[in-house]
Design a protein around this ligand. Structure first.
Ligand SMILES: [Zn+2]
Length: 191
C-alpha cells in the first residue's frame, strides 16, 4: 500500500512517502495540513512540475492538476505521516461530500480512501472531524518541503508562505523543465 521514496542528504529529513491505495484497497487517514496545495504537472517519462507561463511543455503536452495534503496513517499501531496526492476528479466528489455533511476540510478530519480498480480515481470519504493532529505536521512548511523534495525544488525558508515559496520555486521548476525538454525530445527521437 505504501511506496517509499528515498532521497539523499539533508533534504531527506523533509521527505514524505506518497500514500498509495492499491486497486480494491482501503485506507483511513487523518488530515494534518490546513488546506490542499494544488499544482499542475506534466508527464514526461516522469511527473514534472509545470512552471506556468514560460513552460516548454504547455500547449504540446496535457497537464493535470494534483492536490496534496499531509496526512497520518496508523501503521501497525504507530502514527506515520504521508503525502496524499489526488486528482481534481477525486477532489470534486470529495468537496460535494463535505458540503453534503457540512464538514470543513481542516486538520483532524478523518478521510477513508478507497480505489475500485487501477484506473479508477481515488474515492475520498469524510469521516470524524475531531481526530488528533500534530501542529508540526499542520505547519504549511511541512507540506511545502515534502513537495519540494519530490519535485527537486528549493526547500522553503523559515518564514516562507505558499506564495513566497512559489515565487522562489517556479524559476527552478522552469529550468528543470528546460533540462527535461532536451532529454525528452532525445528519448522520443531514439524510441
Ligand atoms: Zn506546463
Amino acid at each position: 500500500m505504501f511506496v517509499h521514496q528515498s532521497f539523499d542528504g539533508t533534504r531527506s529529513a523533509f521527505s514524505l512517502s506518497l500514500l498509495k491505495v492499491s486497486a480494491g484497497g482501503r485506507c483511513d487517514c487523518v488530515v494534518q495540513s490546513s488546506s490542499p496545495l494544488w499544482l499542475d504537472t506534466h508527464w514526461v517519462g516522469r511527473q514534472i512540475l509545470c512552471p506556468g507561463e514560460e513552460c516548454p511543455f504547455c500547449g504540446n503536452l496535457p497537464s493535470r492538476s494534483q492536490g496534496y495534503l499531509v496526512v497520518t496513517v496508523d501503521v501497525a499501531g504507530e502514527t506515520k505521516p504521508f503525502l496524499l496526492e489526488f486528482t481534481g476528479t477525486s477532489a470534486l466528489r470529495f468537496d460535494e461530500r463535505l458540503r453534503f455533511f457540512e464538514i470543513e476540510l481542516k486538520p483532524g478530519l478523518e478521510i477513508s480512501l478507497f480505489r475500485k480498480s487501477k484506473r479508477s480515481p481515488l474515492v475520498m470519504e469524510p469521516g470524524a472531524a475531531d481526530r488528533a493532529f500534530d501542529p508540526c505536521l499542520a505547519d504549511d512548511r511541512r507540506l511545502l518541503n515534502a513537495i519540494a523534495v519530490i519535485f527537486g525544488l528549493p526547500l522553503c525558508a523559515a518564514k516562507s508562505s505558499r506564495a513566497t515559496w512559489a515565487v522562489e520555486s517556479m524559476p527552478v521548476a522552469l529550468s528543470l523543465c528546460r533540462t527535461r525538454e532536451g532529454k525528452f525530445s532525445a528519448e522520443m527521437c531514439s524510441a
